[in-house]
Design a binder for this molecule. Structure first.
Ligand code: ZN
Length: 318
């Protein structure tokens, strides 16, 4: 019998990352191409088709068959139909794209499409930091705060595929306006740009000159040098992270919270401090046995989760 292979595709605003692997998650080949996200929708599909053909060739070269494709896309994705619901700012001309229909028509291989944050959470739960856990919350701290939730080992998508938007959990009543239409969202206070903003306001309060090109990296660096404003900005961000995450812990009582993204990469120490900030705020029964861990798969999570999704859905159907 020919070996069964699965493809994982991770569509982003800059790149399509893709890989082929086995059902148990061994990656055999990986690559990326510019996703042409600001061009016409059919150009984006062309990039996807080219990637799949490359992976099909790789499967043949290894005397196997590409049995299924798991594709992660930004935006709200109707998982049953494999389509984008409405638009996503990351891919300009992709409104209501029939992703599964278009790809299956071209390559005649079954395709499953899901929101990219859901797929990353799946990857962490199958092969990363949350391996072996059933009830999992994954958060990515970057320009915004992305999230994926697994309940009983399965992705929780909400009744209209719009769930798990933890970055838009409102934590400040009448707070800063957010581009989601709400106010006081978690990501307005605890993302990377928020930490930079907290730092700038601390510097201004102290009457110190605000340096150019501040990133969370600079804030952490200055904190290590002992600059009080940098340390205060980090503590303030941790306060908001603790508030948002403690609320989620109280509601979902997960076994593990996995934190990834640029801010989490500031080190193990930051993850421990997030855990401490949660423990100061969450209810004691919800904290029992709670683990807070750094995401392990980094930029690979998108295509690893795509492979996991395709393999699981294929084996459910066959
Ligand atoms: Zn929002």
């Amino acid at each position: 019998m020919a070996t069964e292979f699965f493809a994982g595709l991770d569509l982003g605003g800059s790149f399509l990352k893709y890989a082929i692997g086995t059902a148990d998650g061994v990656i055999l080949k990986r690559d990326k191409k510019p996703s042409r996200a600001d061009e016409a929708g059919d150009k984006v599909f062309q990039v996807i088709f080219d990637a799949i053909r490359e992976l099909e060739k790789e499967a043949k070269r290894r005397n196997g068959d590409l049995k299924g494709i798991g594709l992660g896309s930004p935006g709200a994705i109707d998982f049953e139909r494999g389509r984008l619901i409405g638009t996503t700012p990351n891919i300009a001309n992709w409104a209501n794209a029939d992703i599964r229909g278009t790809v299956e028509k071209e390559v005649s291989i079954p395709v499953w499409v899901d929101n990219d944050a859901n797929i990353m959470a799946l990857a962490e739960s199958r092969q990363g930091a949350a391996r072996g856990f059933q009830n999992v919350i994954c958060a990515t701290l970057g320009t915004g705060i992305g999230g994926g939730i697994l309940i009983g080992g399965e992705i929780y998508r909400g009744s209209h595929y719009a769930g798990s938007e933890i970055g838009h959990m409102m934590i400040v009543h009448d707070g800063l306006p957010c581009n989601c239409g709400g106010r006081g969202c978690f990501e307005k206070y605890a993302s990377a740009p928020a930490m930079v903003r907290h730092y700038i306001s601390k510097m201004m309060e102290s009457g110190k000159p605000v340096p150019d090109n501040i990133s969370t990296f600079t804030v952490f660096q200055n904190a290590e040098k002992g600059e009080p404003e940098a340390n205060e900005a980090i503590d303030k961000t941790l306060g908001y992270l603790g508030t948002g995450f403690a609320s989620l812990i109280n509601i979902f009582n997960p076994e593990i919270l996995v934190v990834g993204g640029g801010v989490a990469d500031a080190g193990e120490d930051f993850i421990a401090r997030i855990q401490h900030a949660i423990e100061e705020r969450a209810m004691k029964p919800a904290l029992r046995g709670l683990k807070v861990a750094k995401a392990q798969l980094g930029n690979d999570a998108g295509f690893v989760g795509g492979i996991n999704l395709a393999a699981e859905m294929f084996h459910k159907a066959n």
